[in-house]
Design a protein around this ligand. Structure first.
Ligand code: UDP
Ligand code: MG
Length: 312
């Protein structure tokens, strides 16, 4: 019988977890040709998520859990879960039922056809997110696709099923600052993208705010592209050319007309200052990341778990 591990990062999901397992079990019951196992990762929740997980593990012997010593973020939680998988196929999904388990049969059918991965993207008939969030989301996918080597459809989410070979390649990427959406694409392999209808979160709350999403978007680009560094060179050259042109114009103006020098000088100082500041910021992003990466700290620290990496 083929085996499937379901990796679920969980942060403050005490309310939804029992319902998640109940709904998912219903879908699993329709797929008797596979043996499923849950790997729930408690990412330093501040509520009773861990207790709920332990209770579920008592109730069902295919429920395994890993509990972190603190909140390390969803990316680290996914990595921890993947590291403990041994199955032929691995599903990654959110705990909040926004990734409908009802998609399992369609996803597994694709992977049985020989694809290495079947991933989902949100297809929205009507817009449910706000205007601003939608606009930023579109901007993110456009920038990501044009500036980096990782290409993904608009609305791509982290919900997917992958083959053992692909999981092993992902685990071989040991970077500490993980941007999984990018990593999943970067490793290559043959991914089948299928749409699903967006589901609102009905239980619990989303842990994202605007700045969190902004940082996530910056991560998506900086982790997979150095082209912003190249822009700095181009901006520098353009500014030198502009300065030379202005200089010549100034000489003529000084000869033929009398203009106050204060305003143009102030403009130039402000423009140069702004561009330098921006450039330092971009450089800082890369240097900071290099610094964090060089430290080579562990991606997560587990405090408690009922699963070993070799278990099946
Ligand atoms: N999550 C996590 N660690 C965090 C934040 C979120 O493991 O620091 C989990 C969360 O429990 C959920 C998934 O990541 O299973 C997606 O989170 P959320 O629903 O808040 O994000 P959204 O669906 O709004 O993108
Ligand atoms: Mg969610």
């Amino acid at each position: 019988m083929k085996t499937v591990d379901i990796v679920v990062p969980c942060f403050n999901e005490e309310e939804v977890l029992p319902e998640f397992v109940r709904v998912t079990n219903e879908v699993i019951a329709t797929l008797p040709q596979y043996s499923f196992r849950y790997i729930l990762v408690n990412d330093g929740s501040r509520d009773k998520t861990l207790m709920v997980m332990m209770k579920l593990a008592e109730q069902y012997d295919n429920v395994k859990y890993i509990s972190f010593s603190r909140n390390f973020g969803k990316e680290s939680a996914m990595y921890a879960g993947l590291e403990h998988t041994t199955a032929d196929f691995v599903i990654v999904m959110d705990a909040d039922l926004q990734h409908p388990p009802a998609m399992f049969p369609a996803m597994l059918a694709e992977i049985e056809k020989g694809h290495d991965c079947c991933a989902l993207y949100r297809e929205e008939k009507e817009r449910k997110d706000g205007f601003l969030r939608t606009a930023f989301s579109n901007l993110f996918f456009n920038l990501q696709n044009s500036m980096t080597d990782v290409k993904m459809p608009k609305g791509a989410v982290d919900y997917r099923v992958m083959s053992r070979q692909m999981i092993d390649s992902i685990l071989a990427m040991s970077e500490v600052q993980r941007f999984s959406k990018g990593i999943f694409c970067w490793v290559g392999f043959d991914t089948k993208w299928i749409p699903y209808e967006n589901v609102e979160r009905t239980i619990g709350t989303s842990s994202w705010n605007f700045w969190g999403l902004f940082r996530y978007a910056i991560d998506g680009i900086v982790c997979f592209s150095v082209s912003p560094l190249r822009w700095l060179i181009i901006i520098g050259i353009l500014m030198l050319v502009a300065a030379a042109g202005l200089g010549i114009a100034m000489i003529f103006m000084a000869i033929f007309a009398s203009v106050g020098i204060f305003v143009p000088v102030l403009c130039a100082v402000l423009a140069v200052g702004g561009i330098l500041e921006l450039s330092m910021g971009i450089l800082g992003e890369y240097i900071g990341r290099t610094y964090m990466e060089v430290k080579d700290r562990p991606i997560y620290i587990a405090k408690l778990k009922n699963i070993e990496k070799t278990d099946r």
